[in-house]
Design a protein around this ligand. Structure first.
Ligand SMILES: Nc1ncnc2c1ncn2[C@@H]1O[C@H](COP(=O)(O)OP(=O)(O)OP(=O)(O)O)[C@@H](O)[C@H]1O
Ligand SMILES: [Mg+2]
Length: 394
């Protein structure tokens, strides 16, 4: 309010100065007194209206009251000046006419703009109310460049995002239910068979128990992965971070997976740049990423193919690891989606060694939680997944 009053006084002083320059000091002083009084009264009235906004009601009423204050001060100013300063009735008449005309036009244009703005505000409100009631197929559809249009665009983007997140969640629940049902159904059949004494000879019995164990294993690792993924996505991370030498971690993981690779006649080797800087990471989690990526590569590489894991500095403060295989590669349409939870491309779900489609989603969550990035790189042959981690120097 003080700034409003100061503005009124300064504006009055400028007007008074101009008057004094043209009509002399006495006219200047009179102008100053009238305009300071009027200006301060207008500012006080405007503040009183704004202070009582919640009692006055909608924006339309607030606009109207403020416009009425502005019009009243114009009318009073014209009236006082006509009374005190004009000599000729002719001048006074035309001044009143012009001032009234200008005031009316200003009110009309203000109302026009106000109506547009309020219609936009209504559109935003209606959209938000519909979203609150659960609808996701709505949009404000405000066009233009002004603040309200930008507000509308933000609201539309939010609604679109909500809709896609809900779709993803529904898809996730459907996938989880499906993936839980398959092993559970097998388990039920196996257990029923044993329970009904259908299995009598010890060899079959052992076989059934082995299959039960496999299914229980699949179930618990699926639930473990899901739990891990939801924790990662919620940002609930309780790892200790250490200095990790990525080269050693790669070597270790490859050695651990060698039997698995040899079973499929796939050659696995590492190509490590000398003197790799350390990264700050949790070694178990990064090993898990390496394991997922190398497992995928081995799984998709036919006999006599090869998998190469390379690690090299990417920039001064980042290390890049690449897992390249000589398998069939990933088709264009799937490339965007392989990092989504439960995505399995190219009929993978039907493979006997198929997983749940969580490996890459978990790997991405882990790498991003370390401040890194993971992506599918272009490759002439096979698949090439790369990830980048900041070094301790970064
Ligand atoms: N090296 C690869 N070559 C070809 N396709 C791949 C490769 N890696 C991943 N994919 C494709 O991406 C899909 C998703 O991989 P992801 O690791 O997330 O799941 P998964 O391996 O099917 O199951 P999980 O990892 O949970 O055991 C795979 O089903 C497969 O279609
Ligand atoms: Mg996998």
């Amino acid at each position: 309010m003080m700034r409003g009053l100061a503005f009124a006084v300064v504006a009055a002083a400028v007007a008074a100065g101009l008057t004094a320059a043209v009509y002399g000091a006495s006219a200047g002083v009179t102008t100053l007194l009238i305009l300071v009084a009027l200006g301060c009264a207008t500012v006080l009235a405007a503040h009183a209206i704004l202070g009582a906004r919640s009692r006055i009601g909608g924006l339309r009423r607030q606009f109207a009251l403020l416009a009425a204050v502005a019009a009243a001060q114009l009318a009073i100013a014209v009236g006082v000046f006509v009374e005190l300063m004009f000599v000729s009735a002719h001048d006074a008449f035309f001044t009143v006419i012009v001032a009234a005309f200008a005031g009316a036009l200003a009110l009309w244009t203000g109302r026009l703009l106000g109506r547009r703005a309020l219609a936009d505000v209504d559109a935003v409100r209606r959209t938000l109310a519909a979203v609150g009631q659960g609808r996701r197929d709505v949009a404000t559809e405000l066009a233009g460049q002004d603040e309200l249009a930008r507000l509308g665009a933000d609201v539309d983007a939010m609604v679109a995002r909500l809709a896609s997140e809900e779709r993803a969640r529904r898809g996730l629940i459907a996938s989880v239910s499906h993936d839980l049902r398959t092993p559970l159904t097998s388990l039920r059949l196996l257990v029923d068979a044993i329970d009904d004494d259908l299995v009598t000879d010890p060899a079959t019995r052992r076989d059934y128990l082995r299959r039960i164990s496999t299914n229980v294993h699949a179930l618990s690792s699926l639930i473990e992965d899901l739990f891990e993924l939801s924790r990662l996505e919620a940002g609930d991370i309780r790892w200790s971070m250490e200095h990790v030498m990525l080269g050693e971690l790669v070597q270790e993981t490859i050695e651990a997976m060698r039997p698995h690779a040899e079973a499929g006649a796939v050659a696995v080797r590492a190509e490590l740049a000398p003197r790799l800087a350390a990264t700050r990471a949790n070694p178990e989690q990064i090993q898990r990423v390496l394991f997922n990526l190398i497992q995928n590569a081995i799984r998709h590489t036919p006999a006599d193919g090869s998998v190469v894991v390379r690690a090299a500095p990417a920039t001064e403060d980042a290390i890049e690891v690449e897992i390249a295989d000589t398998g069939p590669g990933i088709a264009g349409d799937d490339r965007e989606r392989v990092f989504e939870p439960f995505f399995q491309g190219g009929g993978d779900g039907a493979r006997p060694d198929a997983g749940a489609g969580l490996g890459l989603a978990i790997s991405r969550a882990i790498i991003e939680a370390h401040g890194g990035r993971i992506w599918l790189a272009d490759a002439e042959r096979g698949t090439c997944v790369r990830f980048r981690l900041p070094t301790t120097a970064a």
